[in-house]
Ligand binder design. Structure first.
Ligand code: SF4
Ligand code: SF4
Length: 357
């Protein structure tokens, strides 16, 4: 049977209360709210955006659906886990301050923010199950201590996975720092000495001091590199590369397996709302305002994370007018996360799009 994906057209230029109404409509249509019981801890997984980033989901767009969730339980909270890279979201204090500065306060949203893997990212649980790439997932404790999960996702392209949508929000976003490290450990960027201008920018951003000076260029020490991908994004000269096919494929498959163990935990009490608004080449970890790679499309919601991401990618490609805007930024086959997700039972790529008015 086809999974239902609900779709409502929307654009960032609409008034915030109109967007909040549309997001609520899409959220209610998928039926998750009917499954939330009084007293349930409901984790609303989101990315609060980095300092200087402007693409993140605005708290005002979420007020309608959060109000509906609060009618079901008083235990809803917005959440994210700490990042692997050293920035403004790598410990809970900086992370909370950043969330507040982007407007995610109880006064605006009606719910608190809880950083899911604790003060410095050590609070985790480790569900196990046999999978092709991973034996377990190191997941932020507050996620797995919850009874319901709503993934609120700003859809973007991504330097390592090509697509950052519901599967990425659940698989990478719910992982503790150790879980993120585990997933990234399969990626190994290299410096092309001929293209390197020796500007040292990558060395400044590398969280592990894994980039060292060589004769006229830099090199990456594989033993120190954790595969976080920061250097790939900051090199303006394209001198740092991954083996896209190999490295990205393995990363995407790990991502899907991490997502699967989170999804399985909620036993039907998980839902996904994807915002195809201000879709950018890179994710919201970027400390800058980015241009759209496609015109705003709208909001999608589904109980099936694979179906909602497949519908998301299909709509982006369709609006790209024959070219895939996601592949225009980084030529990565993003479909690997969907294919592996389908293979392991995370969801279906076969969906029915239901347009809401
Ligand atoms: S940022 Fe790029 S060009 Fe600059 S040192 Fe690093 S690899 Fe070389
Ligand atoms: S070399 Fe690049 S991928 Fe490796 S740890 Fe440093 S920034 Fe991250």
């Amino acid at each position: 049977m086809k999974s239902k994906v609900y779709f409502i057209p929307a654009e960032a230029k609409e008034p915030a209360d109109a967007l909040a109404e549309k997001a609520k409509k899409a959220y209610l249509a998928m039926g998750l709210n009917d499954r939330i019981a009084e007293g349930d801890f409901a984790a609303l997984k989101i990315h609060f955006g980095e300092v200087g980033n402007t693409g993140y989901l605005k708290p005002q767009w979420l007020t309608g659906l959060i109000w509906e969730i609060r009618q079901k339980t008083h235990h809803a909270f917005l959440t994210d886990s700490n990042t692997l890279y050293i920035g403004n979201r790598s410990n809970s204090i900086d992370h909370l301050r950043l969330a507040w500065s982007h407007g995610f306060t109880p006064e605006t949203t009606g719910v608190p923010v809880i950083i899911a893997d604790g003060l410095i990212g050590h609070d985790k649980q480790e569900p196990r199950s046999a999978q092709a790439r991973t034996a377990s997932s190191k997941i932020a404790s507050a996620i797995l201590d919850s009874d319901a999960l709503v993934c609120l996702t700003h859809v973007t392209g991504h330097v390592q996975t090509g697509l950052g949508a519901a599967i990425k929000n659940m698989g990478m976003g719910c992982a503790s720092r150790a879980g993120k490290l585990d997933q990234h450990s399969v990626t190994h960027p290299r410096v092309n000495a001929k293209q390197c201008r020796n500007c040292s920018v990558c060395r400044t951003f590398c969280p592990e001091a894994a980039i060292v000076q060589a004769e006229g260029h830099v090199v990456i020490e594989p033993a120190k590199c954790i595969g976080c991908g920061e250097c790939l994004v900051v090199c303006k000269y394209g001198a740092i590369k991954m083996k896209w096919d190999e490295d990205s494929l393995r990363l995407q498959e790990k991502l899907a397996e991490y997502a699967f163990r989170v999804f399985e935990h909620f036993k039907g009490k998980a839902g996904f709302v994807n915002f195809l608004i201000q879709v950018t080449k890179d994710c919201d970890c970027m400390s800058k305002s980015q241009k759209r790679i496609v015109d705003d499309i709208g909001i999608l919601a589904s109980l099936d994370p694979v179906a909602v991401d497949k519908a998301t990618a299909d709509l982006i490609v369709e609006r790209g007018g024959g070219k895939d805007p996601l592949r225009a930024g980084y030529d990565i086959d993003w479909s690997a996360q969907l294919a592996h997700g389908k293979r392991i039972g995370l969801g279906s790529t076969d969906y029915k799009l239901v347009e809401l008015s």
